[in-house]
Ligand binder design. Structure first.
Ligand SMILES: [Zn+2]
Length: 218
């Protein structure tokens, strides 16, 4: 079973993927993790990816696909299902993924669209604060520290990651949607798209997700 998760940062995809991995024999594949892993292991693909990243360039689709292929090959014997978290991000990647799966006589089982109001998502991301010492995360509205913006454990001031700055989030969002919106249609046309209201609490989102998974189980 191959499951695709579609959605921008802040919609809780990663959390839901981790919950599925705990419940079912599944492997989560996120390209960010794959890139970090391959660079850490100094694999051939990792060394190539590192070159692009060091020059501040995007890692090309073909290289990302090679990494995914390598991961699927190295874990295929486990018989587990796969969750692609935030991949594919473009139509080109989606087509390449289809080809890769087809070569294994397989195909995407379901594409889950984690839907959330854009302003709500930006509020969630831009309200995040982190303890620079223990890395614990807080939220100025949803997960406040006990004392005014200091870490409960370390008692030092929390910081905002530069990625979480509202203007950075908005700029990234528009790039994200330009690239990724066509994907929703791509999967909808194949009757594979399931939309989840990701603004609800974690357990409600998970129960929807679980239902989709149960339906496609053989
Ligand atoms: Zn701390």
């Amino acid at each position: 079973m191959f499951i695709v998760f579609i959605g921008p940062p802040g919609v809780g995809k990663g959390t839901q993927a981790n919950m599925l991995v705990e419940k079912y024999p599944m492997v989560k594949i996120s390209t960010g993790d794959l890139l970090r892993e391959s660079i850490r292991d100094k694999s051939v693909l990792g060394e190539r990816a590192k070159g692009f990243m060091e020059r501040g360039e995007l890692v090309p689709d073909a290289l990302v696909i090679d990494l995914v292929n390598e991961k699927v090959n190295s874990t295929a014997a486990s018989g587990k299902s796969y969750i692609f978290d935030g991949f594919p991000r473009t139509i080109e990647q989606a087509k390449e993924l289809d080809n890769l799966l087809e070569s294994r006589s397989s195909k995407i089982s379901v594409a889950v669209d984690f839907s959330m109001d854009e302003e709500e998502r930006i509020e969630r991301l831009s309200g995040r604060r982190m303890c620079p010492s223990c890395q614990r995360t807080y939220h100025i509205k949803f997960a406040k520290p006990k004392n005014d913006l200091t870490c409960d454990a370390c008692n030092i001031p929390l910081v905002q990651r530069s990625d979480d700055d509202e203007s950075v989030i908005r700029q990234r969002s528009s790039v994200y949607w330009d690239l990724t919106r066509p994907l929703l249609d791509f999967y909808r046309k194949r009757n594979l798209l399931q939309t989840i209201d990701a603004s609800r609490n974690i357990d409600l989102v998970f129960s929807d997700l679980d239902r989709f998974i149960q339906k496609i189980k053989p």
